[in-house]
Design a protein around this ligand. Structure first.
Ligand code: NIG
Ligand code: FE
Length: 403
């Protein structure tokens, strides 16, 4: 089936085809021309209209973007921790919340108590919310299992959910009755036995150390999967040089990134995954995103969707936060949750940008791109095409489609 999208005001495209990623000092080269887009089956076929197309979409007044890519979520998880959020904002320290049984351990208990159907039901509802705000590709992580069996269950549920990538965050918190060194032996065994696309670790005073990060790097190399790492969220632990030496694909969070680590990270083939939802809702420090972009880092934005630090599923909200708090242009924000995010997941050869031959994942906004961060909190997505199929149409946009 051919489908043609006509009369768009803007269509976001890379400066040239075939780029695996685009460093952020070149984000202003992204093109926003008013071209037509024609899809043939599940692929982008041409940037010109097809008079004989079976389906025509009138995109007048719209911006057309590649489907958004959320490369850092903690789906699947069970329940929420809304009471903790109220405690946090009214001044109860995190350690106190954790001592009272809250934090990651609370989500692990909820995960253990929920049936597979309950976990998948909640995750599917969130995946539908994400699709409605333009996310056509997402990653899922384990990490709320906190036992060997429960972590393996999380991998299985991530696959059943249909996540495009499943990351083993086996080193998320140290389970009760273990110390971190001993638990790393189980992390090693899980990495060897589970079908995961990447490995991840949380480096922080309350979790794992830089030595554990280097150890996970060796495990990831052995398993031939990318290494990712949650680093510098609440404290500067100088984990970035360790992650770079271990060949990490991404370092995520970076709110407390040491200034001396900006240039080495920007020069490396390792993405800086920034999570402004967690920064904002957790009153964390703000990552040096302007400096990273100016220095030419491969910058990425993601939701960090999880029940603790970032119960946020919308990339348009994340874009709004990033533009305001990082001092980023709209092009910089869009690059960070399209092509560069697809690169983190090893998918940028077929997703993340509008190019002939790439997968037909597209989003129509009901405005130009400048409105996206400006009308903060509003969902401007009125139509989503995933894998060549119209996957979501807002009722007020139904008139745009004629077959
Ligand atoms: O990415 N920082 C570690 N992990 C999650 C939050 C986990 C939680 O509080 O449930 C994050 O922010
Ligand atoms: Fe996270």
């Amino acid at each position: 089936m051919t489908l043609t999208i006509e009369h768009a005001t803007q269509v976001l495209r890379p400066p040239t085809d075939g780029l695996p990623y685009l460093r952020h000092d070149r984000a202003n080269e992204l093109v926003l021309d008013p071209v037509a887009v024609t899809l043939g089956g599940d692929r982008i076929a041409a940037f010109e209209p097809d008079a004989g197309a079976a389906v025509r979409i009138d995109a007048s007044g719209c911006a057309v973007l590649p489907g958004l890519v959320d490369c850092h979520t903690h789906l699947p998880f069970a329940g929420w921790r809304a009471e903790e959020y109220e405690q946090k904002v009214t001044g109860v320290p995190y350690e106190e919340i954790a001592r009272a049984g809250g934090g990651i351990a609370a989500s692990a208990r909820a995960f253990a108590q929920a049936t597979d159907d309950e976990v998948l039901g909640q995750a599917r509802t969130l995946a539908a919310e994400m699709l409605a705000t333009g996310t056509t590709t997402f990653e899922a992580k384990t990490g709320y299992g906190l036992s060997v069996d429960a972590e393996a269950r999380a991998v299985r549920l991530g696959r059943e959910l249909g996540a495009d990538r499943v990351t083993g965050l086996f080193a998320h918190a140290v389970p009760e009755a273990y110390d971190a060194d001993t638990w790393m032996d189980y992390v090693d065994a899980l990495a060897a036995s589970c079908d995961v696309d990447a490995l991840d670790i949380y480096v922080e005073s309350v979790a794992f150390t830089n030595e554990h990060l280097a150890h996970l790097g060796a495990i990831a190399a052995r398993e031939r999967v990318p290494l990712r790492a949650h680093v510098e969220q609440f404290n500067a632990n100088r984990s970035v040089p360790v992650a770079l030496a271990a060949g990490a694909r991404s370092v995520d969070h970076l709110a407390c990134l040491h200034p001396d680590d900006i240039a080495p990270l920007a020069g490396a083939e390792c993405a800086a995954v920034l999570l402004p939802g967690a920064e904002f809702l957790g009153a964390e420090r703000v990552a040096p995103a302007r400096e990273l972009a100016d220095a030419g880092a491969i910058c990425v934005l993601a939701t960090d969707l999880n029940p603790g630090t970032s119960p946020v599923s919308s990339l348009p909200v994340v874009i709004g936060l990033a533009v305001r708090r990082y001092g980023w242009s709209v092009r910089e924000a869009l690059l960070a949750c399209t092509l560069n995010a697809a690169w983190v997941l090893g998918l940028s050869d077929e997703r993340g940008s509008l190019e002939v031959g790439k997968r037909a994942d597209l989003v129509l906004l009901d405005t130009t791109v400048a409105h996206l961060p400006y009308r903060f909190g509003r969902n401007p997505v009125n139509l989503v095409i995933r894998d060549g199929e119209v996957a979501r149409v807002r009722p007020d946009a139904a008139w745009r489609i004629s077959a």
